[in-house]
Design a protein around this ligand. Structure first.
Ligand code: ATP
Ligand code: MG
Length: 560
């Protein structure tokens, strides 16, 4: 194991197993159910499973847990593969399905019958539930529990052959109806379902239950460490029961860790599906979704997601991680790689009355303040420019260092201008500023040593590119929407705002998904789907600073 990887409790176990010679090679799996798109919680599981194997020259399977026909879809399968690849992981030739093992699983079912450890139950689903008991009350044996091996085998085979309709029989493990662990009260192994499977078609009309299929798939693949979330802790005795009794050649070890939960976000495919069904978002890859596809379209770099889960660590304690931690991971990467550009989100027109009409000067602007090797670009400057509405204030306080009547400001990479006149419409709204520029103050020429406190960004009027810019915010108003009854009650109505912006012309040639910093505003990228030649659409990836942290701090000081 390389030294730069800090050892969480799972990595310690793995390291010990290699040290002691218990295993020569580490084999893990990431086992999604293809019933939705992967989300930020899955990112943790992917990084953990692929990560611990890669750190030890081991192998990882991408295995579809496809034991639930009807709820699963080929669309999700394709999306999962593309998401895992995009995150930076590769399963090589180890792409499998629980359904690849249906025949072997069936044989294992017969073996349990033969051993007298499984029986066909003919109670109805309701009766089975009623016999199961409760947490405080023992279960009761089914009247069919003592069927002979021969009778069980005959019925199980006929279940497979399609002789019975759904629900008439189930195959159950024969363990202990009085066990304090409900999972051991004769859990179902197979149920009859006359339904096509997206991978095996109509070959089967009985389907294995999750615990049975999962344990044995792990064993068949030679998984050494089967890493799963804490809710499976109570299933571990059943996992081990299957291994103890079926004695497969490989014996995997199940280890549980706590789920990653992200504040103001949902980490359940089913609940994310509710947002789509109710048209709260435009789809699984809506940039507000905490899905991998959504975060990628939003412009989050894969490395930022990997760093984020590394920061969260691997523990046994439940945690709700602040959105700010994820956003800071994004800023950290983009601050380094994203080139600077100028864009005005809420444009206010400025006319430079002493600048010649028709003249266009090309200004030199740095692409990155700390990385001169990224060079400069040319930005056109002309008599009419756009500035940010917020950068002008008519009745400005003394400490307002942007533009105000009679005041001066530097235009980034250009000139110092002074506001001479404010033009308003009949409604009294400001529609234009008339300013004058100081021709001696062109940036980079060194001809003037005038110092001005404020610098603002701008875009030249004639050459500006119009664009729709989407500004995203949290989808929910409460920190843990996973715990509310109806997520539709806690939606943030302002999770999406759109503005009609003006961009500097160099932004026409950006690749979709390529991130830039709009100076003073945040990180942005061109949307991957909704762009055409004559209508540009940009997404705000993240603001420059964590404005929520500020708001929360203010609230704590009682200042809001
Ligand atoms: P969902 O409720 O969203 O469907 P799931 O756990 O049922 O989640 P699976 O497709 O079965 O989703 O999960 C694949 C793997 O990802 C499992 O090993 C699961 O434990 C893990 N996983 C799912 N959600 C999280 C999470 N929030 N944090 C860490 N791991 C997770
Ligand atoms: Mg699931």
């Amino acid at each position: 194991m390389s030294d730069d990887v800090s050892r969480d409790f799972i990595r310690k176990i793995i390291y010990d197993d290699l040290e002691s010679g218990k295993h020569d090679e580490i084999v893990t799996r990431f086992p999604p159910e293809p019933n939705g798109y992967l989300h930020i919680g899955h990112v943790m599981s992917i990084c953990l499973n692929f990560g611990v194997a890669a750190e030890n020259d081991g192998r990882t399977f991408l295995r579809y847990d496809d034991t639930n026909p009807g709820k699963e879809d080929e669309v999700f399968v394709r999306a999962i593969e593309s998401d895992v690849h995009w995150l930076g992981f590769d399963w090589a030739d180890r792409l499998t399905h629980a359904s690849d093992y249906f025949e072997r699983l069936y044989e294992s079912g017969e073996k349990l019958v033969e051993l007298g450890l499984a029986y066909v139950d003919s109670l109805s689903a309701d009766e089975i539930r009623e016999h199961r008991g409760t947490l405080t009350e023992c279960g009761r044996n089914s009247p069919f529990r003592d069927r002979s091996v021969g009778e069980n085998m005959d019925l199980f085979r006929r279940m497979r052959a399609g002789e019975f309709v759904d629900g008439v029989h189930v195959l159950r493990a024969k363990i202990d109806m009085a066990s304090p662990n409900m999972n051991l009260r004769d859990p179902a192994l197979y149920r009859i379902r006359h339904i096509s499977h997206q991978h095996t078609g109509d070959a089967w009309c009985i389907y294995p239950m999750y615990d049975f299929a999962h344990t044995l798939s792990d064993a068949f693949e030679g998984i050494t460490h089967s890493l799963c979330t804490l809710e499976f802790e109570d299933h571990r005795p059943l996992y081990d029961w299957f291994l103890d009794n079926l004695k497969p050649p490989h014996r995997p070890r199940q280890i549980e860790f706590s789920r990653l939960n992200l504040a103001y976000a949902i980490t359940s495919k089913r609940k994310l599906g509710v947002l789509i069904d109710n048209k709260v978002v435009s789809g699984w890859d809506d940039p507000r979704m905490p899905t991998i596809a959504g975060m990628r379209r939003r412009g989050y770099p894969a490395a930022a997601l990997r760093n984020f889960v590394k920061r969260g660590g691997v523990t046994k304690k439940d945690k709700l991680i602040e959105m700010g931690v994820l956003e800071n991971s994004v800023r950290e990467i983009l601050g380094e790689v994203a080139e600077r550009r100028m864009a005005v989100l809420r444009p206010l027109k400025v006319v430079l009355t002493n600048y010649p009409e028709g003249r266009v000067e090309m200004m030199q602007a740095m692409n990155h303040p700390n990385r001169p090797e990224l060079g400069k670009r040319e930005v056109p400057f002309s008599r009419e420019i756009w500035i940010e509405r917020d950068d002008f204030m008519e009745d400005a306080p003394r400490k307002f260092f942007r533009l105000k009547p009679g005041g001066e400001v530097r235009l980034r990479s250009a000139y110092i201008i002074r506001c001479d006149e404010v033009v308003k419409n009949d409604a009294g709204e400001i529609v234009e500023l008339r300013c004058s520029y100081d021709a001696d103050t062109r940036s980079g020429t060194g001809t003037s040593d005038r110092k001005i406190k404020g610098t603002i960004h701008w875009v030249s009027g004639d050459q500006a590119l119009p664009a729709t810019v989407r500004l995203y915010d949290r989808l929910f108003t409460v920190p843990d929407p996973n715990t509310v009854d109806d997520i539709m009650d806690v939606l943030n109505p302002d999770s999406l705002a759109t503005v009609e912006a003006k961009l500097e012309p160099s932004l026409a040639s950006l690749e979709p998904g390529e991130a830039v910093q709009f100076e003073r505003l945040g990180y942005f990228c061109q949307d991957a789907h909704d762009n055409s030649k004559d209508s540009l659409v940009f997404n705000r990836i993240v603001t420059l600073r964590d404005s929520w942290a500020r708001i929360e701090k203010q609230a704590m000081r009682g200042q809001t």
